[in-house]
Design a protein around this ligand. Structure first.
Ligand code: ZN
Length: 347
């Protein structure tokens, strides 16, 4: 049975700047039926953490809330109906959770489940020493993966894999990854190469372009000029990219659409620069193009993606590693776009 335990963790009480992240002594959560408590070793930041901290107009987060979607650690105690033999298991957390029973869940469409939620967004997350999760969220940590890589992997890899799956990216096609050194962008480059695509990535500095090329991008483009989409056309003999991986939004949208080939698919999972965009419908239908929105992905796909990680086909690019008490600095680093790859917090 569970005893009272204290932990250090960040609780967001009101939305705002980094000052709204306050490190507190909290009661460690107690696992209920079908749940386990995980002692976290590492967590990693995602753009979602910034949205949760700042707030999103028209959306209500369940404050006060411990933020943080990604994490890895060791199962430390179990709720009822869960075997105590799990205690001591090293795990990577699946950030998303769902009912596991409805037709969406049965069809491996977990994000369409009415009960779908994400750690650190709809329930307490990983910016604390302990987190309580459903047992289905605990995936075995491959032995050859570091704790830092384990935390840096799930949300971005799952998001990227799900987007490319929805776009049916095929061998020999050209994939254009916008913001190739973002967490999801770097995963998209690597998964794209693994699927046999030719990969073009945009990255805003020479340093970021080097990183994108080291991750496997065949070509990199500076997205600053007004007409970078023409470079995509030149690189594809005038065709354009078959699949475009968007996660930036307003700032790159118009040029992304201009760079899309006939029969091309553009998928988006993010709008860090703004979410109101225009679409020239005549171009969209005459060119038989598709726009595909995506968020997260199924637990099954995450398990498949973890296999890529274990075999070394995917490697998270880690920007920096910070202790828990430096979470506000780490948030600021992501917010001002100084990071290249994933920011990891050790607990
Ligand atoms: Zn469900």
């Amino acid at each position: 049975m569970e005893t009272e335990k204290k932990m250090r963790g960040y609780m967001i009480e009101n939305h705002g700047g980094v000052e709204s992240l306050s490190l507190q002594e909290l009661n460690a959560p107690i696992p209920q039926k079908g749940e386990v408590r995980v002692k976290l070793k590492t967590m990693a930041l995602n753009h979602l953490d910034l949205w949760v901290r700042r707030g999103v107009p028209g959306h209500r987060f369940p404050l006060p809330l411990i933020p943080g979607c990604d994490g890895a650690g060791v199962i430390e105690s179990t709720g009822t109906d869960v075997s105590e033999s799990l205690i001591g298991t090293e795990i990577i957390l699946s950030p998303g959770f769902s009912c596991g029973e409805c037709s969406a869940c049965q069809a491996n469409e977990d994000p369409l489940c009415d009960g779908y939620g994400i750690l650190g967004e709809t329930r307490h997350g990983t910016c604390a020493e302990y987190v309580v999760v459903k047992t289905a969220q605990c995936l075995p940590k491959p032995k050859n993966i570091s704790w830092e890589e384990a935390a840096a992997f799930p949300l971005s890899a799952l998001t990227a894999a799900s987007m490319l799956q929805k776009c049916r990216l095929r061998q020999g096609e050209t994939l254009l990854v916008i913001a190739g050194t973002s967490g999801v962008g770097s995963m998209a480059i690597q998964i794209g190469k693994k699927l046999g695509a030719r990969v073009i990535a945009t990255a805003s500095t020479a340093e970021k372009r080097d990183v994108a090329e080291n991750m496997g991008a065949d070509h990199t483009i500076d997205p600053e000029p007004e007409n970078w989409w023409k470079t995509v056309k030149t690189l594809t003999e005038g065709r354009g990219a078959d699949v475009i991986f968007e996660n930036v939004g307003q700032a790159t949208w118009d040029q992304s659409l201009l760079a899309l080939a006939r029969g091309g698919r553009l998928t988006t999972c993010g709008a860090t620069t703004g979410s109101l965009v225009e679409v020239e419908l005549k171009r969209l239908f005459f060119k038989n193009q598709q726009l595909i929105g995506s968020t997260m992905g199924s637990r099954t796909l995450l398990i498949d993606t973890l296999e890529y990680l274990e075999k070394g086909h995917l490697k998270p690019h880690i920007d920096s590693i910070h202790p828990l008490e430096n979470l506000p600095t780490a948030h600021a680093r992501m917010e001002n776009r100084s990071s290249i790859g994933k920011i990891v917090i050790t607990l």
